[in-house]
Design a protein around this ligand. Sequence first.
Ligand code: ADP
Ligand code: MG
Length: 313
Amino acid sequence: MSAAVQVSHLSKRFGDRSAVADVSFTVDRGEVFGFLGPNGAGKTTTVRILGTLIAPSSGTASVAGIPLEPANGPEIRRRIAIMPEAPGLYLRLSVAENLEYFAGLYGLKRPRDRIAAALAAVSLADRAGERCGALSKGLRQRVGLARALLNEPEVLFLDEPTSGLDPVAARDVHDLIDGLRRQGVTIFLTTHRLAEAERLCDRVAIMQTTLRTVGRTDELRDRVFSKALTVTTAAPLPDPERVFAGLPAVDGWRADGTAGYALAVSDLAVAAPAVTRALVAAEADVLSITPAQHSLEDIYLQLIDNNEPAGRS
Ligand SMILES: Nc1ncnc2c1ncn2[C@@H]1O[C@H](COP(=O)(O)OP(=O)(O)O)[C@@H](O)[C@H]1O
Ligand SMILES: [Mg+2]
């Protein structure tokens, strides 16, 4: 089966400003794909290109298996949905009236059933009669999501779906995304919230005009950072050099606090058992031996700060 989204050397210029430059990646069907980057990174521009709202300056793409060409715009739009940063609802109309309006605009068959299903999917069936203008921002975002679900999209583009939401409303949106994933919808999620990407996404791309990297979060940790083990003991080791020097896959060590040691290792699976045995042989009172965990935020900052060349994937 074809990929949900395939992008090859995509670029977009606005005048002499480059918003997206030579970006290539693939999103698998059923995947939640995070598109991360700071403000102005080109995330929304990429979504608008893939959603057939604007044309790329160069490069090719396919969306829901269909080549991104002007003639294919209507067919692509039938199979996808975009929830833009501002949901674009008529605030004087009720929730149901908004959805009826958009169902008509999209020319949906069986609009009543689709509206009922979309409202149920975002747990808003009991608010259908309320005026959108009277709803909280979080609830409005859920109506926007219901609108995006009306045409049962194969690929759903969510552009910063939780921006400006309080933590409770953001968690509701996260739960909805999890629910959609379980139904097999492919989700392309732009965000500058790293914790959100880490919690929801199968893979993430880190973007800043050019694509800095793509991968699973655990793979990114391995790729970007040297591996490390952290050892803590109840008391300082009398001679740590004797314990750690020369162990297989241990490249070096340094003291980290009074009874902690940070070890640079080339292979965790070889180093961790060897370090454990060496500590036991030295009769150390071990409190913990843990692989050092880097958050996605560390990776992100490193990639954005270092201005790494594009094209790592
Ligand atoms: N219609 C436009 N005309 C001119 N410049 C634009 C337009 N849309 C976006 N840009 C510029 O392109 C860059 C990327 O913007 P955008 O894709 O909105 O970034 P993001 O969504 O990652 O914050 C920014 O520098 C922005 O100012
Ligand atoms: Mg944006």
